[in-house]
Design a protein around this ligand. Structure first.
Ligand code: RNT
Ligand code: ZN
Length: 423
């Protein structure tokens, strides 16, 4: 494996960087200790294009789409776990897994409203052995009863009942995960319900959704299972109206008080960032779930890059002191590049953005702001952008025993040649 930098080079660069940060009042060791505590929830669905194991020929519906046909996608739970093992080995820290209900393991077909913890035992055993917490999601799409674009807000009470039962079953499975793994599971409800064209009645579907949610969440399942609800602006085929909009779920979470709000960074208008929402929402709800993603035109799910948006989100989490109240998950799916690389690049970028946020002399900046010195605030924030955070990141990777710099790519390429190419 070609070396990106020798250990000694990494250490030398780190010592210099540490001094530079110390000069502006940042304790690098403390930032790294905080970073090491954060578990990112890695979304299983990047590994197989949101296919799942219910049916090998299942078609992805629900207004989300994966494009690309890069070879080597996982076809079984074992393959997916094998891929995930490699990805986790390329990330500093201990991280979680975010599972969807369609990733169950069964011999015979099990209806979604009949799934039980035992259908996920393979995941639990694996998670235990590897020290991963698990988060969960009902799958309210890619199913005949979701094909007309409605699930929990469906006009037909029978269809609604089916999806209510599915969501309740998922919460029970979530509670099982939480208990078995000794770490609460966040079960996140996202539904695709909406209309392609402008509806006449925007209210009735929302009334039905409130009713369904109240039934789903009727039984308290804390502390092992925490519930979250995820809003969206539009999907493919629901361009004009989405039942579960931001206002809808924000209101729901605030009104009910025991439900987390999930903010997906790809689910808002293109110039709107979820970063600014965090401090507002956390005044009224206890905890947040983040789906870190990257919206590009119609798609809300591109691989996370180290861009201003990701950075601003992490800055808000850190500056607000919210690390203990925010669950960080990733949500993107790209089948046009090596899927393990997509996971790794996105997850490393999320962690790197968090590190950059942690390497900020926030108190000092706050003082400038309070003193009304916006000139110095701007100058300082700009200077921070070119501080040597990469040297700190490399050191963090080295110390955590994971590949430094780009060397993770060599490992992925090797895996592609020896494992993925045989699929
Ligand atoms: C869809 C939502 C949702 C999904 C996953 C697969 O727009 O972001 O979180 O991506 O449930
Ligand atoms: Zn999402």
């Amino acid at each position: 494996m070609p070396t990106y930098a020798t250990d000694q080079q990494v250490l030398r660069a780190y010592e210099l960087a540490k001094e530079r940060y110390a000069a502006i009042g940042v304790d690098v060791e403390q930032a790294l200790a905080q970073l090491a505590e954060v578990a990112i929830s890695l979304h299983c669905w990047q590994g197989d294009d949101v296919g799942g194991f219910e049916d090998p020929d299942a078609e992805l519906t629900g207004g989300i789409a994966v494009t690309g046909n890069y070879p080597g996608k996982a076809r079984t739970a074992d393959e997916l776990r094998q891929d995930l093992d490699l990805v986790y080995s390329l990330l500093p820290g201990d991280h979680r897994l975010n599972l969807h209900a369609i990733y169950l393991e069964t011999d015979q077909k099990v209806e979604r409203n009949e799934i039980r913890p035992e259908h996920f035992q393979g995941w639990v055993d694996w998670a235990k052995a590897h020290n991963h917490g698990i988060d969960f999601n009902p799958t309210c799409f890619s199913h005949p009863l979701a094909n007309d674009g409605f699930t929990l807000a469906h006009p037909d009470p029978g269809v609604r009942r089916f999806w209510i039962e599915h969501c309740i079953a998922c919460r029970e499975i979530g509670a099982y995960f939480g208990q078995a793994l000794g770490s609460p599971c966040v079960t996140n409800v996202w539904i695709p319900d909406g209309y392609k064209d402008a509806p006449v009645d925007r209210l009735a579907p929302r009334e039905r959704l409130v009713e369904s949610l109240d039934e789903i969440f009727a039984q308290d399942m804390t502390p092992h299972n925490l519930d979250a609800v995820e809003a969206k602006l539009f999907g493919i085929g629901s361009e004009s109206y989405v039942v579960g909009s931001h206002e809808f779920y924000l209101g729901y979470a605030v009104a009910r008080g025991n439900v987390l709000l999930c903010l997906d960074s790809g689910h808002f208008h293109p110039t709107e960032s979820i970063a600014d929402k965090i401090s507002s929402v956390l005044l009224y709800v206890d905890e947040l779930l983040l789906h870190i993603s990257r919206g590009v035109r119609w798609d809300s799910d591109h691989v996370v890059t180290l861009n201003d948006d990701a950075l601003a989100i992490m800055q808000e989490v850190v500056r607000g002191g919210f690390l203990g109240r925010v669950h960080i998950g990733l949500d993107f799916f790209d089948a046009s590049i090596n899927r393990l690389a997509a996971w790794t690049i996105g997850a490393r970028n999320a962690l790197k953005a968090l590190l950059i946020a942690l390497l900020e002399p926030t108190e000092r900046l706050r003082e400038l702001e309070m003193a009304g010195d916006y000139t110095a605030r701007l100058a300082f924030l700009e200077a921070l952008k070119t501080m040597p955070f990469d040297a700190v990141w490399d050191y963090h990777c080295l110390r955590s025993g994971v590949p430094v710099g780009l060397s993770y790519l060599d490992i992925i390429k090797e895996y592609e040649a020896s494992v993925l190419s045989q699929r």
